[in-house]
Ligand binder design. Structure first.
Ligand code: R1P
Ligand code: GUN
Length: 287
């Protein structure tokens, strides 16, 4: 880990140049694997693997289920770069650090970003193991000022005040739904609003009831900072949650939630998520 305390464009350029020197492909597609979903990285063909600790200014993934490495290669015969492991705000990182790999991807030429995550289901109709295409998010850290865009705007990437109303690309989202349909995954492919919270504690019942009233369908501790960074940089985004647990909305229950359970469900559902990514990448057209 060789990061200092503040954001600086040179660091992004240095990381991107380091990676360019190790890559023999020019991917336009980026993928981020959620908790328990690092299997997506395993299906990359002709792999080159680079550990985060080797990459200048990258920090380490400290969360079980996040390997902490970049994988380059092909899925569905398209060049991809895949993050097997992401950085979460609760790991103690500044927001710019969480968004940093996304800016590096931008300099590597990534135009489309596929984001996956594990999330708790707030929407009562969701079942454990369902997938939820994210149509929008509510970021509590973001609204509270924890944003990767804080500080002087780096105009090399995007504008000071980026709009976010089209952060989740509608054409890519339709393609994702098409991929689900082709695979006959319709019965467990949902759509909804992802609530991003700080964690690492899971939510209280009162908090979950509030998120439900605000229109949240699922809750997790990641993704929003990546989306804001990517959207600012003009990348097109499609994002999908795996519902790993039903959020506990009632008092007096013996049910609970744990990261082990999250990873267990990830393991069980990983193959379907991988198939979805493969099918989506078959369908997607690059400019
Ligand atoms: O969002 P990802 O990285 O998939 O992980 C989710 O799972 C962890 C909690 O079990 C949290 O980190 C939450 O955000
Ligand atoms: N915050 C939060 N993150 C999760 N990640 C997986 N499940 C959950 C959950 O219930 N709450």
């Amino acid at each position: 880990m060789s990061t200092s305390n503040s954001y600086d464009t040179d660091k992004v350029v240095q990381s991107a140049n380091f990676l360019k020197s190790r890559m023999n492909i020019k991917p336009k597609l980026g993928i981020i694997c959620g908790s328990g979903l690092s299997g997506i990285g395993e299906i990359v063909c002709n792999k080159t693997i680079i550990a985060y600790k080797e990459i200048p200014s990258f920090v380490e993934s400290t969360v079980p289920g996040h390997k902490g490495q970049l994988v380059f290669g092909q899925i569905s015969e398209k060049d991809v770069i895949c993050m097997q492991g992401r950085f979460h705000p609760y790991e103690g990182y500044e927001a710019w650090v969480v968004g940093f790999p996304i800016r590096v991807m931008k300099l590597l030429g990534i135009e489309i970003l596929i984001i996956t995550n594990a999330a708790g289901g707030i929407n009562d109709s969701f079942n454990v193991g369902d997938f939820m295409l994210i149509k929008d998010h509510i970021s509590f850290p973001g609204l509270g000022g924890y944003t990767p865009l804080k500080g002087p705007n780096d105009a090399m990437f995007g504008p000071r005040f980026p709009p976010m109303n089209e952060a989740y690309d509608s054409r890519l989202s339709n393609l994702w739904l098409q991929a689900a349909k082709d695979l006959k995954f319709d019965s467990f492919m949902r759509r909804g609003v992802y609530c991003n919270v700080s964690g690492p504690s899971y939510e209280t019942i009162a908090e979950l009831r509030m998120l439900s009233k605000l229109g949240g369908d699922a809750v997790g501790m990641s993704t929003a900072q990546e989306v804001v960074t990517a959207c600012h940089a003009g990348m097109r985004i499609v994002a999908c949650s795996l519902i790993t647990n039903k959020c506990i909305m009632e008092y007096d229950t013996k049910e609970t939630v744990s990261h082990d359970e999250v990873l267990e469900v990830g393991k069980k559902r990983a193959k379907d998520m991988e198939e979805l990514v493969v099918k989506f990448l078959e369908l997607v057209q690059l400019d």
